[in-house]
Design a protein around this ligand. Structure first.
Ligand code: SF4
Length: 443
């Protein structure tokens, strides 16, 4: 049996592709190994979103290529967004790459590997797109009780700073039945928390003529035994409509949590970014959300230093963040990406200024989160137990804490197991984390 080593870079959508690929290969006689030095075949599923991720992907490929001389590796496979973005350069610069597949050819890999190196052609990025029918048999790399579910591929928006539509194409929603079957199988395997992801989750179903597709999907997934939590990531602000808000409020399994990247707050900047929302539209959306779902948890993302951003535009964002008090906030400095519309814009902002602006927003946000966490002391909430971490802390998460990005709960004096969902009383608050103890008396 040939051994496969896999490095998966980038976002949760890429991770799902990696897991589906591993599922396909292991179902057809390939074995996984965590040791690249032991692998006969190494796959690097790359990210190509920002220059920083391009560099990380290239460094990783070069690192893995060493195993073709010093290790057992016979075939080095590169897939994903960087392969889509720079296929010719990668193949010219890194001769150790045996096969290059983009973001639409993952199912093709097995036939290439079964060829045992007889397939001479290296570049497969432009071959016809094919997607895995089923994702239910994927090899989960997240903890057994939690999974990302990629509900669509690509994006039909045209944000000026973003290269993704060029790398992944326009939105392609997965058939609802395929997602339901995937979640049914994962839930039967013990998964309780399902994080729904895509480039624009709110547009799910739009390209397959399904009105309010996301609401229909949530209703269908909530019917499945074992589904405890459904969480929505990457919602586009103009598509957070009444039907979706009603569904989040009505369906118990749907966490009162929405990730709605806003990118900026000032209309001049939003227009320059080729975003569809306006400040007033965003205010209405947030107001409706908070009125209809009291206590709803909101995550958002902003970019500082987008071309043309002046002090008054940034001050507008500072005032907005102070006023809106988001529960979770991510801030990125603008990355000048060749191939994006913004790349050709004048009035580039100094990277140092962009960083200073990011630091100001993050410092404000830290104070906001600290106070909100303190306000939670005494409350009782269900906690998904994650388990013992490397630092020997037992941790978990509330429904309003997404994995890896939103802080955790440090669990004290509780006899609980990973994967348990247990009511706990918040007893303390740290910067981004909470402290809690189970209200169910220990046996
Ligand atoms: S919504 Fe905008 S930022 Fe997000 S993937 Fe689509 S184009 Fe990129």
């Amino acid at each position: 049996m040939k051994k496969i080593g896999m490095v998966s870079l980038g976002c949760p959508k890429n991770l799902v592709d990696s897991e589906a690929l591993l599922g396909d290969l292991t179902r057809h006689g390939y074995e996984l190994t965590p040791e690249e030095s032991e692998a006969d075949i190494i796959i690097v599923n790359t990210c190509g979103f920002l220059q920083a991720s391009v560099k990380e992907s290239i460094d990783t490929i070069l690192d893995m290529a060493r195993h073709k001389t010093s290790g057992k590796c016979q075939q080095l496979i590169v897939t994903g967004c960087l392969a889509e973005r720079h296929p010719e350069e990668l193949l010219a610069e890194i001769p150790e790459i045996d096969h290059l597949l983009g973001t639409k050819q993952y199912p093709l890999l097995r036939s290439l590997l079964d060829g045992n190196g007889t397939v001479q052609q290296r570049n497969h990025v432009h071959e016809p797109a094919q997607y895995f029918e089923a994702y239910g048999d994927r090899v989960l790399t997240t903890p057994f009780y939690s999974a990302y579910v990629k509900i669509a591929e690509g994006c039909s928006n045209k944000c000026a700073f973003c290269i993704i539509p060029k790398l992944r194409g326009p939105i392609a929603s997965r058939p609802l039945a395929s997602i339901v079957e995937e979640v049914r199988r994962l839930a039967a395997g013990g998964v309780k928390e399902f994080n729904l992801v895509s480039q624009d989750t709110t547009l799910y179903g739009y390209d397959i003529r399904m009105k309010d597709g996301l609401v229909r999907l949530l209703d269908a997934l909530a019917e499945i035994d074992g589904v405890a939590w459904l969480r929505l990531f990457y919602c586009y602000p103009t598509a957070v409509n009444d039907a979706l808000i009603e569904a989040v409020q009505r369906i118990d399994q749907v966490c009162n949590y929405l990730d709605v990247p806003l990118q900026h707050t000032h209309d001049f900047m939003l227009k320059h970014m080729i975003r569809q929302e306006t400040e007033q539209g965003v205010r209405r959306m947030l107001d409706t959300l908070r009125t209809r779902i009291p206590g709803v948890t909101l995550r958002t993302t902003f970019i500082t230093g987008f071309p043309g951003e002046r002090d008054e535009h940034f001050q507008h964002m500072v005032d907005f963040v102070q006023e809106m008090e988001f529960d979770h906030l991510g801030v990125f400095t603008y990355s000048d990406e060749p191939g994006t519309t913004a790349y050709d814009l004048p009035d580039k902002v100094d990277a140092k200024v962009a960083q200073e602006r990011k630091d100001i927003l993050m410092a404000m946000q830290k104070d906001i989160v600290c106070r909100k966490n303190k306000d939670r002391i005494g409350e009782v909430h269900p906690v998904l137990v994650e388990g013992l971490q490397e630092d020997c802390l037992l941790t978990g998460r509330l429904p309003v804490q997404g994995p890896d990005i939103d802080g955790q709960v440090i669990i004290e004096n509780s006899s609980v197991e990973p994967g348990d969902i247990v009511p706990m009383r918040i007893t303390g608050a740290l910067d981004y984390d909470l402290v809690a103890t189970s209200v169910t008396p220990a046996p």
